[in-house]
Design a protein around this ligand. Structure first.
Ligand code: DP6
Length: 364
């Protein structure tokens, strides 16, 4: 597949107005995407668990308009008009216009809500952009004569990537690869694909408890952070390492080796933050409580032989990952020893999920 395969042929059908609702989850990367080329092409392959409970639900209402010079849309979050979301969506529309030539033919109302608190510091761009991309694909499907489910999902992921890189890994589950990797058949820089090989039962229903350490606005956005990988002194080595870690994870997924899984996942999280600390300008997104939690997870693991581990996004929150059979003990440990390091003792219990869902489609 190339970019050109996503430019549609002239549409056969015409539609006037209607609305579509999709829910789409967040995801947590095991091998991290950090650094990109132009057009949202990642510098290295990444792989993530799709989450189940952390989701965005988006309703896109559309009505045909008379003039076609400009984009016309408004955005609502939890029923409240959000004009500050408009520039990001306008940039997205510009990036995907070539692939969705109907965008200027309609007036859109985008109504969105998240299942997680929006000030939680949990990235909503992955779930938000993937939900919007899916709604737009439902319109394209209505305009087109026929479209396979495979193409629908692939193009939705391709569009979501142009909104926010990690969003292309949110459409399906439970393990998604984005970025070309020599050993992973079908992997692509253009969209996310399901991890195509058998995964050991140890990873079924893997748990992710998200500890909300700091809910404040990040000082440095992911987009700026990615940019700082250009000319970064360790960039080349880091991108190579991501390829190596992907290869190692393939063996881990096959054999169910949880000790090696822990090593790779924690190293990836710390490497991500090490890249931030060694860029110019440098920055630190972890907070003292992030480190407290990491140390307590390590102590608990030493004491109990648990297979608990942590990973981090581009922020201070900690994702605590563990196998389902440890759920009771680990939740007990989290409540007793980790919640005191969370802002207002807030946390979210999540687990591996299976991707986006169409909740409503009403075409007139
Ligand atoms: C640290 O996908 O948010 O979460 O493409 O600029 O929108 P943009 O960046 P974004 O970056 C996420 C980076 C990460 C790692 C990951 O999810 O792989």
């Amino acid at each position: 597949m190339t970019e050109n395969d996503f430019i549609p042929r002239p549409y056969k059908n015409s539609i006037q107005d209607g609305n579509i609702t999709w829910s789409s989850p967040s995801n947590i990367a095991l091998v991290k995407y950090w650094g990109k080329k132009t057009n949202q092409i990642p510098e290295n392959p990444s792989i993530s668990f799709t989450l189940d409970h952390c989701k965005t639900i988006t309703t896109l209402s559309y009505s045909a308009k008379q003039t076609q010079e400009k984009f016309a849309f408004e955005v609502y979050l939890d029923g409240e008009k959000k004009d500050d979301f408009k520039p990001k969506i306008a940039t997205f529309f510009k990036r995907v216009e070539n692939y969705l030539p109907f965008l200027k033919n309609f007036h859109f109302k985008i109504e969105t809500s998240n299942t997680f608190p929006h000030s939680s510091g949990i990235a909503s761009s992955a779930s938000g952009m993937s939900a919007l991309a899916l709604c737009l694909m439902s319109i394209e499907r209505a305009l087109s004569e026929d479209m396979s489910d495979e193409f629908f999902i692939q193009k939705a992921s391709f569009l979501a990537r142009l909104g926010s890189g990690s969003a292309c890994r949110s459409l399906e589950g439970d393990l998604i690869v984005w970025g070309t990797h020599q050993q992973i058949e079908g992997s692509s820089d253009l969209f996310g694909v399901k991890y195509p090989y058998v995964v050991h039962n140890n990873f079924k229903n893997y748990q992710d408890t998200i500890l909300l350490v700091d809910k404040g606005e990040k000082q440095v956005s992911s987009t700026v952070g990615h940019g700082l990988m250009h000319g970064h002194p360790f960039a080349k080595r880091r991108f190579d390492q991501a390829h190596e870690n992907m290869s190692d994870l393939m063996t881990v997924f096959k054999q169910g080796d949880l000790d090696r899984f822990i090593e790779i996942v924690e190293s990836e999280a710390l490497t991500l933050h090490a890249m931030m600390m060694t860029s110019m300008p440098y920055f630190i997104l972890m907070k003292p409580n992030t480190l407290e939690i990491i140390n307590r997870i390590w102590a608990y693991r030493r004491k109990t032989q648990s297979k608990i581990c942590f990973t981090l996004d581009a922020g201070a929150n900690v994702h605590v990952l563990y196998p389902e059979n440890e759920k009771t003990q680990v939740l007990d440990f989290i409540k007793k020893e980790l919640l005191e390091y969370c802002q207002n003792e807030q946390y979210i219990c999540d687990q591996i999920g299976f991707g986006a869902q169409l909740l409503g489609n009403d075409n007139q």
